[in-house]
Design a protein around this ligand. Structure first.
Ligand SMILES: *Cc1c(COP(=O)(O)O)cnc(C)c1O
Length: 394
């Protein structure tokens, strides 16, 4: 028997996915303008970015990026530990630790890499990592990369998390959760998880990718909103590519955590530092996100307007008070059909299908932003009403 060809096998898997109507397709966006995007020559009103505060196109960020690029060039030139760590990175790390009320902060090039690096640095082979079933894929991958024993508890079920922790009461243990769940929009039971970790001597890690900038006083995130300190949540991670409108991520916590990550987190050590101009733009975004509370207030008004309207229409809303407002449709094909019908009406909303969400739980993942206006939300509601989603079986 000849050895099977890897690429041919991959092609078979791709064809199977297409057969199951679960193929993913790239869409090229030609331009963006506020909440509008231009795609295939059409202007669409988008409800699918994670730019929750409307900062991605803010002229002040663009000016900061340009000015820093003029002074420092484009690429950082190397990894942080060689000579890529610039003053723009250091200043951003300081601003992030201050904002989140943590002793120190450390930049990573992406959130995916931050989570892989933290888990691989903290956990040793065979140690326990307890996670919410709906955590972001990279938290799950991180535990696997570390060779940890990964136990996933039913969504937000703290009692189940307690049982999983007690199954191995001797060794080190990490409990990791999204602060705001990326496909559901609900918030983790953070005070209960913190109490559990205190009781069981486990370390709590929160990935606040969708909470930072959006929740809490001055947008300090879901952990701050829950009134939890660095002692309660020693490992706080968040991304810079969502509410901050930039790209990258950071981990914040006690100095011992950050110093250890610099030594041992492979996704920190063996990669090029983010462009310093991007760090400068992100620093500008942090200042705006902290100070311009009107953005959060506007976003919350839009969220309430959307939920009120969707309730009146009997739409299958999920229990979320964040910028992520999914409509649960169930069947993947139903999700696709709805997204297509919305696009016909000039709206860009993306259907999220398995394996990103569990089978039978396909949904329209609607995200709102301070870049939207009330009239935009009303237009979305009108288009949704025309789909008569409430009539179809769930
Ligand atoms: C987006 C996201 C990540 C990954 O961050 P990137 O910077 O996009 O790699 C990690 N965790 C959660 C919860 C996210 O939503």
């Amino acid at each position: 028997m000849p050895r099977p060809d890897l690429i041919e096998r991959l092609a078979v898997q791709t064809a199977e996915r297409a057969q199951a109507q679960l193929q993913r397709r790239l869409r090229t966006i030609a331009r963006t303008e506020g909440p509008f995007v231009e795609s295939n020559g059409r202007r669409l009103l988008a409800f699918c970015t994670n730019d929750y505060l409307g900062l991605a196109q803010d002229p002040r960020l663009i000016a900061a990026l340009k000015q820093a690029a003029d002074e420092s060039g484009v690429g950082s030139g190397s990894a942080h530990l060689i000579c890529g760590h610039r003053r723009e990175h250091a200043a951003l790390e300081e601003a992030l630790s201050e904002w989140t009320g943590r002793e120190r902060a450390l930049l990573f090039s992406t959130g995916y890499m931050a989570n892989l690096g933290v888990m691989q640095a903290l956990l040793q082979r065979g140690e326990l990592c307890v996670q919410d079933k709906l955590n972001h894929a990279c938290l799950l991958d991180g535990a696997q990369l570390a060779g940890a024993v990964l136990k996933r508890y039913p969504h937000a079920d703290v009692d189940a998390a307690a049982r999983q922790l007690r199954s191995d009461a001797e060794g080190c243990a990490l409990v990791a959760t999204d602060g705001v769940f990326s496909m559901d929009g609900d918030i983790a039971p953070l005070p209960e998880l913190a109490a559990l970790c205190r009781q069981e001597n486990a370390t709590l890690m929160v990935d606040d990718a969708h909470g930072l900038g959006v929740l809490g006083d001055h947008g300090a995130g879901s952990v701050a909103e829950a009134g939890l300190s660095e002692r309660d949540v020693p490992v706080l991670m968040a991304t810079l590519g969502k509410a901050l409108g930039c790209s990258g991520a950071f981990v914040a916590g006690p100095a011992a955590l950050i110093d250890g990550l610099i030594q041992f987190a492979r996704t920190y050590i063996y990669t090029t530092a983010m462009p310093p101009a991007l760090a400068a733009a992100t620093h500008c975004a942090v200042m705006i996100a902290r100070n311009e509370s009107w953005r959060r207030e506007k976003l919350n008004r839009l969220i309430q307007r959307f939920r009120r309207g969707a309730e009146e229409l009997g739409l299958p809303l999920m229990p979320s008070r964040t910028a992520i407002q999914p409509l649960l449709l169930g069947d993947a094909q139903r999700g696709l059909d709805a997204a297509r019908a919305l696009e016909d009406q000039g709206l860009l909303v993306v259907a999220i299908r398995p394996p990103t969400v569990p089978h039978g739980q396909a949904r329209l993942r609607i995200t709102l932003s301070a870049a939207h206006e009330e009239a935009h939300v009303d237009r979305l509601l009108e288009a949704l009403a025309a789909l008569r989603l409430e009539k179809a079986p769930v």
